[in-house]
Design a binder for this molecule. Structure first.
Ligand code: URA
Length: 193
């Protein structure tokens, strides 16, 4: 493990930068490999993540794992996974602006340390932290953005969030699940080939 990440995680464990420190059980810092070429950024921990201290370990995480596997990606080797917020918002509500502002230093430092080739912005919350807020995820998912200010050389790709896919069952061509699998296959090619 890179020393810089361990130090950052220790700082996050002691963070009292926003109200969420009062209700968290654990911070949720990361999973996967610090040497990964792909970094996936989600929204915030849910109940399972808060309990276990790992991102994407609940129902949405299990679905994400299926998609990664079907795209030929190994979660523990090919990805470094983090969230926009390190602490769980009560009742899984959307992160507040001040929570995102208090937490963004951790995410930015994680990116600078990992230096991924591709960043997968998983869902609208992660996307809004890096891309123009006018974008709709349903319109721009699967597109490569390689001009994000402050992140020269990194390709950003928004994808649909697995919590949304849990409610979308069709596998038909052009369905949200079909498009997400295609996006992940494209991401694998872009990052690993
Ligand atoms: N949803 C997220 O965005 N992140 C998690 O870690 C779990 C669910």
């Amino acid at each position: 493990m890179k020393a810089a990440l361990l130090e950052l995680e220790a700082r996050a464990k002691n963070c009292v930068g926003c109200e969420l420190c009062k209700t968290r059980t654990n911070i949720v810092f990361s999973d996967g490999s610090p040497n990964a070429k792909i970094m996936l950024i989600g929204e915030a921990p849910g109940a399972d993540e808060d309990k276990l201290g790992k991102p994407f370990v609940g129902r949405a995480g299990k679905l994400l794992n299926e998609f990664l596997k079907n795209a030929g990606l190994e979660r523990q080797k090919d990805l470094y996974i983090a969230n926009t917020l390190k602490c769980r918002p009560p009742e899984n509500r959307k992160p507040k602006k001040e929570e995102k502002e208090a937490c963004e230093k951790f995410l930015h430092a994680q990116i600078k340390t990992i230096k991924p080739k591709v960043i997968v912005l998983c869902g609208a919350t992660a996307m809004e932290s890096f891309l123009d807020k006018k974008f709709k995820i349903s319109k721009v998912r699967g597109e490569i953005f390689d001009n994000v200010a402050g992140y020269k050389g990194i390709k950003f790709v928004p994808i649909l969030h697995p919590s949304y896919l849990l409610r979308q069952h069709s596998l038909d061509e052009g369905s949200p699940r079909d498009l997400t699998l295609k996006d992940l296959i494209m991401i694998k090619k872009t990052a690993l080939d």
